[in-house]
Ligand binder design. Structure first.
Ligand SMILES: Cc1cc2nc3c(=O)[nH]c(=O)nc-3n(C[C@H](O)[C@H](O)[C@H](O)COP(=O)(O)O)c2cc1C
Length: 214
């Protein structure tokens, strides 16, 4: 039997968030909160929920890992032929959400999505463990498998194909960059009166900051 879910609640009281605390640059602000999460020993500090939508509005969300952040945006890597890859090809809009429960913080970033350069994808692919490189070839991500054995067989075939040689990057594997238009920071506060501050892009490198009702 499940416990009474309506009775499960956490009171957030670690900190507040003031306009004065914010860096004028949202990317530097994201870096700051990411560093705080890493320093706090948060599990999977770079895990973020990525929401996409098909052109006719069917939504989908899943977790991916943030692999880079700078003024250009947030980078993650995936299979371009996966469900998310196809959705982003047809409708290059996305929203990501990072939640760090230990810090009682959430960041939401909304914007357009573009592929990173092949050089960027190549550089990250080269840094991955060999088994992950082989896995990128072995798995037709989001496709239906007859069973686990089919995946293992595909991996064995890929392993034999590459032998001891370098594993090339699959052409269908690479990075996407989410180019932010809105960046919202959420800091939990007592009695659900949380702090929400949002950067909205008003021009090239120019942002206005608004406070939102919790
Ligand atoms: C913690 C965590 C990290 C993940 N990181 C990635 C990632 O960086 N890239 C990726 O393609 N899938 C990642 N996944 C798997 C995705 O959540 C998802 O199952 C997969 O990408 C297929 O999604 P799609 O069918 O919607 O395209 C991760 C899952 C978890 C739970």
């Amino acid at each position: 039997m499940l416990p009474d879910l309506t009775a499960i609640r956490t009171e957030y009281a670690r900190a507040g968030l003031d306009e004065r605390d914010l860096d004028p640059s949202p990317s530097r602000q994201i870096e700051k909160w990411l560093r705080d999460a890493i320093d706090a020993g948060h599990p999977e500090p770079t895990a973020m929920t990525l929401a996409t939508a098909s052109p006719d509005g069917e939504p989908a969300a899943r977790v991916v890992l943030l692999k880079g952040v700078d003024v250009r945006g947030l980078v993650f890597f995936t299979n371009y032929e996966s469900d998310k890859g196809k959705q982003l090809e047809q409708n290059p809009r996305a929203c990501v959400n990072l939640f760090w429960v230990l810090l009682e913080r959430q960041i939401r970033v909304t914007g357009s999505v573009e592929k990173v350069s092949p050089e960027e994808s190549e550089a990250y692919f080269r840094s991955r463990p060999r088994e992950s490189q082989l896995g990128a070839w072995a798995s037709e991500q989001s496709g239906v498998l007859e069973g686990r054995a089919a995946l293992e067989a595909s991996l064995a075939e890929v392993r034999a194909r590459f032998g001891d040689g370098e594993v090339a990057r699959p052409p269908h594997w690479g990075g996407f960059r989410l180019v932010p238009e809105r960046v919202e920071l959420w800091q939990g506060r007592p009695s659900r009166l949380h702090d929400r501050l949002r950067y909205a892009r008003i021009g090239e490198g120019r942002w206005k900051i608004e406070r939102l009702a919790p």
